[in-house]
Write a protein that binds this ligand. Structure first.
Ligand SMILES: [Zn+2]
Length: 217
């Protein structure tokens, strides 16, 4: 396991600037608090401070980037990992693998933020009925694909691969980490272990007031 390197305030400022240049916006304290009150969010474990998050909206989807960096204290949280999520309303449709704070942390986080942004910007329309397609879970661990399932438009659901519409540079960015994960899973299987156990057991935030969730459509 590569050693932990927490980003300092200066590196974080450069990272923030890069995200903003790409159209992301820092979540305000009000937005952060509003969701907490509206949904009565309950954290998986006690967490110190308010974490800096960024958001980008397009085509009815939103990309959230969680940085592990604490707004007031101007330093990274000691125990944590970065995340990139794609949400529709309040529903998380996709979350990245946890991004660990190694020396390449901010570079990786920026890369995955940009990747999720490209997916959202390139959200495909159904080739048969032209409706916006939805993000749905595939069979594999963390697998996703695009689907349109409007019964009065076409009898059978129409689907497109998850990477549909991504530019070559984004596919190149994904190649190495995907290869590494495939090798890691093969190694676990060879040892008789089940891959993805940690992933499935990851505890999320609890919603205390589900009646206030924003419906997807
Ligand atoms: Zn359709």
């Amino acid at each position: 396991m590569p050693s932990k390197v927490l980003p300092d305030a200066q590196a974080f400022a450069v990272f923030s600037e890069r995200l903003k240049r790409r159209g992301f916006r820092k979540l305000s304290r009000t937005e952060f608090n509003k969701d907490f009150e509206r949904l009565e969010l309950i954290a998986p474990s006690s967490r110190e401070g308010r974490e800096v998050g960024f958001v980008f909206h397009a085509n009815g989807l939103a990309v959230f980037v969680w940085t592990t960096f604490l707004a007031q204290e101007s330093r990274a949280r000691d125990k944590d990992a970065g995340w990139v999520l794609i949400k529709e309303g309040d529903e998380v449709k996709y979350f990245s693998h946890p991004l660990h704070r190694t020396k390449d942390f901010l570079h990786n986080l920026l890369g995955y933020a940009r990747l999720a942004q490209l997916r959202v910007v390139n959200r495909p329309n159904c080739p048969e009925c032209y409706a916006r397609m939805d993000i749905v879970r595939g069979k594999g661990l963390k697998a996703r694909y695009w689907k349109c399932d409007i019964p009065w438009e076409h009898k059978r659901a129409v689907s497109l691969p998850w990477d549909y519409g991504l530019p070559q540079a984004a596919l190149d960015f994904l190649r190495l980490p995907r290869k590494r994960r495939a090798q890691y899973r093969a190694k676990l299987r060879a040892e008789g272990k089940e891959p993805g156990v940690a992933l499935r057991h990851r505890k999320g935030w609890k919603v205390g007031r589900p009646e206030n969730l924003v419906p997807m459509k």
